[in-house]
Unconditional design. Structure first.
Length: 68
């Protein structure tokens, strides 16, 4: 069962993901377009993979995404 807070944060990000994606790629050059490909329904998997790749917890990563 997913965390409702996480769903709210991700849905807030969805509308301007392309802008967030470019900022993330600039701040974390090891991320690729494929890493940052947003697929509705696969948000959890993307966040987990990005967290693993960056060595961040899910919450740390969500905070980065929201504030970037």
């Amino acid at each position: 069962m997913s965390n409702p807070k996480t769903k709210i944060m991700i849905s807030n990000v969805k509308g301007f993901w392309n802008e967030k994606k470019e900022k993330l790629k600039k701040n974390f050059p090891m991320l690729t377009d494929k890493d940052l490909s947003f697929c509705e329904g696969k948000e959890k998997e993307m966040i987990e993979m990005l967290g693993y790749k960056l060595g961040k917890t899910k919450q740390e990563l969500l905070n980065i995404i929201v504030t970037i």
